[in-house]
Design a protein around this ligand. Structure first.
Ligand code: DLL
Length: 432
């Protein structure tokens, strides 16, 4: 049996998983202590040595690692293997600060691709499938990760990368793509383009593996209906290798974390206190198998809930909920917490496409929020009075969801720039 499909691991008992995790954690802590002076110093400052760590129950003794540490140690400060043993880097886009660069040995690449292969298998993928990868290739982890996973499953892999929608649709119809991998916002755009060109009958897609950004249940249903597929969520971050840290199964009620590689914790983002299972808080990961760039207790900034409820798919790995926005994505507008995903939910509920942009400003020391929303092709021909009525209805629905007033401006179809990767939804002029 191929290595990536590992039912003995994915359905292992909790006791067995803890045996693996304990053994790997102890080894990993020794590995960073021996090879990463930056981390050793942090451990010394906390008064902890590898001898204090006997297993998962001692995890709380280790210091946290944050994105600031990664930036401070940039580029080589957290490398745990000689450069001669590293074969790859991937990187974040660096839009919120200095780039984060992650390193991989061949073994790291191999295990990362295994994780992505598990996600494809969970979405029903087999070697008979044509896997259409429209995540960006290059420094971004989406394309390379799913590409490697697809190879391992034995799918015919289409390394499309993002962009050039005409070419995407031509390959999709000519080659009969059955699994689509891309960001949910790009999936929505592709679905829209398929309908516009009347290509629905020529599409053979059965599943989509969508992640890298927050997306709502309403958006899932919308994409599923438009493409006639089942849409699966996939999560990961560059720092922990990329996509495949967790993924959805047929139950679609959260993403199974590959616990044999990553130990999750949920903490209070303000105090660092570890919260009991079922609590909502910030997700923290310890990677226990990575060689070149192992991170212990890394703050993801993603807010979610973990659940060990029995899953009908048979997998026993803990599930994480969809991230409810990032703690650093949350906007505070007139003192109220606002997540872009709340706006998306309202728009889809009201029958609008999820094409919107939020413009936050400060006028006379008071915050203002304007939401520009694309009209559907049908209501584009509405009279001015009808449009005003529709804007008013959206203002009320947004007020009910957010608790604050937002000005709504309905704009022409296609006037908001489409995203081929992660969508940009917020323009916050207060920071400029
Ligand atoms: O987005 C890796 C990835 C690629 C995941 C393809 C899934 C598919 P980064 O660019 O480093 O890595 O961004 C990581 O994106 O901390 C989350 O805030 C967000 N994110 C990733 N997956 C999801 C998801 C890739 N399924 C950051 N739902 C993470 C919500 C997600 N947010």
């Amino acid at each position: 049996m191929e290595r990536y499909y590992q039912p003995e691991i994915e359905t292992a008992s909790r006791e067995q998983m803890l045996v693996w995790q304990n053994e790997r954690l102890v080894k990993q802590v020794q590995h960073v202590w021996d090879n990463v002076p930056y981390y050793r110093k942090k451990m010394e400052e906390k008064g902890v040595t590898p001898g204090d760590i006997h297993g998962v129950e001692d995890l709380h003794k280790l210091p946290f690692l944050t994105k600031d540490d990664l930036r401070e140690a940039y580029p080589y400060g957290l490398l745990a293997k000689p450069l001669g043993e590293c074969v790859r880097i991937q990187s974040t886009s660096g839009t919120t600060g200095r780039r984060v660069v992650a390193f991989y040995t061949q073994h790291d690449v191999d295990l990362w691709e295994d994780c992505c292969a598990r996600a494809i298998v969970a979405a029903g993928g087999t070697k008979e499938d044509v896997c259409h990868v429209s995540y960006g290739y290059g420094l971004f982890t989406g394309g390379p990760g799913l590409n490697g996973g697809s190879h391992k499953v034995g799918c015919l892999t289409l390394p499309m990368s993002s962009g050039n929608t005409d070419r995407q649709l031509q390959f999709m119809t000519d080659l009969g793509s059955t699994i689509l991998c891309c960001t949910p916002s790009y999936a929505a755009y592709l679905a829209e383009s398929i309908h516009e060109r009347g290509l629905q009958d020529q599409i053979k897609l059965k599943a989509g593996i969508f992640g890298a950004e927050a997306w709502s249940e309403e958006m899932r249903r919308d994409i599923e209906n438009k493409l006639g597929i089942k849409a699966y969520d996939i999560y990961g971050l560059t720092e922990t290798s990329g996509p495949g840290v967790s993924f959805e199964c047929s139950e679609q009620t959260g993403m199974h974390i590959n616990e044999d590689h990553f130990i999750p914790e949920i903490i209070d983002p303000d105090t660092g206190e570890v919260l009991p299972e079922g609590s909502k808080g910030e997700l923290v990961f310890t990677s226990i198998t990575k060689e070149a760039f192992p991170l212990l207790r890394y703050h993801t900034r993603d807010i979610c809930v973990l659940s060990r409820k029995k899953c009908s798919c048979g997998r026993t790995h803990v599930k994480m909920s969809k991230p409810m926005g990032r703690s650093d994505d949350m906007l505070i507008i007139r003192g109220v917490n606002v997540f872009p995903s709340q706006i998306e939910t309202v728009l889809l509920e009201q029958g609008y496409p999820a094409n919107y942009v939020m413009i936050v400003d400060r006028v006379n020391n008071s915050d203002t929020l304007e939401v520009q929303v694309e009209m559907t092709a049908e209501n584009f021909s509405d009279s001015l009075a009808q449009i005003t009525e529709k804007e008013k209805a959206l203002v009320s629905a947004l007020k009910a969801m957010l608790g604050i007033y937002a000005k709504v401006k309905l704009v022409a179809p296609k006037s908001i720039t489409r995203s081929e990767g992660k969508a940009v939804r917020v323009i916050d002029n207060r920071k400029i």
